[in-house]
Design a protein. Structure first.
Length: 297
C-alpha cells in the first residue's frame, strides 16, 4: 500500500508538471513577455539610449563636446558641460554656466555631490537638453553613463529575433543549496571581478547530461539570476552568453528554468554597458536553441 501511495504521488507530481509545461496559455504568455522585453529596451531610459560611458580620473575631469575637454561627449552635447571632480570616493560637479544643466530637475549649482547608481539615495541625474547622465560605480572605479533618447541605436533599432517558443525548453531543475551561500567571482566585459552570492546550484538534465549552474542573487531582487553560455553562442546567439531569471524554488527545491526567456545582455546592443560574463561553471555543452538570438545576425 505504501509503495502504491508513493507511486501515485509521483504520477500526480509528473502530471502537474506536464500540465504546467503544456498549458494553452503559454503562447500568449510568451507573446506578452517578448513585447515587454522589447518595450523595456526601447523606453527612454532603456539600454538602446546609451550614448557614452566615460571613466573618471582622480581630480578634475572637464567634459563637453568641444576640444580640449578631457572627456569628449557626444556631438549633440554642450561644447562645455563643466567639471567633474573625483575626490576620495566622491564625485562633485561644477557646471559651465553656458550649458544650461539641471540636477534632478533643478538648475545646476556649483559643487554639488553626484551620488552614484550604487548609493541607496542615488543616482543623481544631470540633464542637458534631451540628454542626461548619471555617475556609476564599478568596484573602485567611477564613471558617467550618458543617455540620449535620439541615440543611433534606438533610432535604428530593428527588433529582436527569437527561436520559436517551445515548452520543452521549460526545464525542471532543483536548487541544491550551499551552506552557507557561496561567493562566486563574476567578471564583467571591462575586466573587473566582483564576488557575488549564490544560494545554491541549479541542477538539471539536457540531452542526457546533468548540468549545474550557479545563479546569483542581485541586491533587492527575489529572483535567481543565471548568467550562462551554451553551444549556440558559436553561431546564432550572443557570443559572450545570455541571461535568464527564475523564480525562487517551490516545494522540494523545484525551479523552472524557462530557456525561452533567455535574453541578450545589454552589450549586444551597445558598447557602453558593463555586462557580467558567465562564470566557467555556467557553460552548457549542449545547444540551447531557445530564447533570444544574437541581435542583427
Amino acid at each position: 500500500m505504501k509503495r502504491l501511495v508513493v507511486a501515485l504521488c509521483a504520477l500526480l507530481a509528473f502530471s502537474a508538471c506536464r500540465e504546467e509545461v503544456t498549458s494553452d496559455s503559454y503562447p500568449a504568455e510568451m507573446k506578452r513577455w517578448r513585447a515587454d522585453r522589447e518595450a523595456r529596451l526601447k523606453k527612454e531610459d532603456g539600454w538602446l539610449t546609451l550614448a557614452g560611458l566615460f571613466w573618471l580620473e582622480p581630480g578634475e575631469n572637464t567634459f563637453g563636446s568641444a576640444k580640449p575637454n578631457r572627456i569628449a561627449m557626444p556631438a549633440n552635447a554642450p561644447a562645455k558641460c563643466g567639471t567633474l571632480t573625483l575626490r576620495e570616493g566622491q564625485v562633485f560637479f561644477d557646471p559651465d554656466p553656458s550649458a544650461g544643466m539641471t540636477i534632478n530637475g533643478q538648475p545646476a549649482a556649483a559643487g554639488v555631490e553626484l551620488l552614484p547608481d550604487t548609493d541607496e539615495k542615488g543616482p543623481t541625474r544631470v540633464s542637458f537638453g534631451v540628454m542626461h547622465f548619471i555617475v556609476i560605480k564599478r568596484g573602485e572605479k567611477f564613471g558617467i553613463r550618458v543617455r540620449d533618447p535620439e541615440s543611433p541605436a534606438r533610432v535604428a533599432f530593428r527588433g529582436l529575433d527569437y527561436y520559436p517558443a517551445d515548452a520543452r525548453w521549460r526545464v525542471n531543475a532543483r536548487l541544491e543549496r550551499y551552506g552557507p551561500p557561496k561567493k562566486v567571482p563574476i567578471t564583467n566585459v571591462i575586466g573587473m571581478t566582483s564576488d557575488e552570492t549564490s544560494p545554491g546550484a541549479l541542477v538539471f538534465e539536457l540531452e542526457g547530461t546533468t548540468y549545474r549552474l550557479d545563479p546569483i542573487m542581485e541586491s533587492g531582487s527575489d529572483e535567481l539570476f543565471v548568467i550562462f553560455k551554451d553551444a549556440t553562442s558559436r553561431d546564432t546567439t550572443y557570443p559572450a552568453g545570455r541571461y535568464l531569471y527564475a523564480a525562487m524554488p517551490g516545494a522540494g527545491g523545484r525551479v523552472i528554468l524557462d530557456f525561452n526567456k533567455a535574453y541578450n545582455p545589454p552589450c549586444a546592443f551597445t558598447p557602453f554597458a558593463t555586462c557580467p560574463l558567465p562564470p566557467r561553471q555556467n557553460r552548457i555543452a549542449a545547444r540551447v536553441e531557445a530564447g533570444e538570438k544574437n541581435y542583427g545576425h
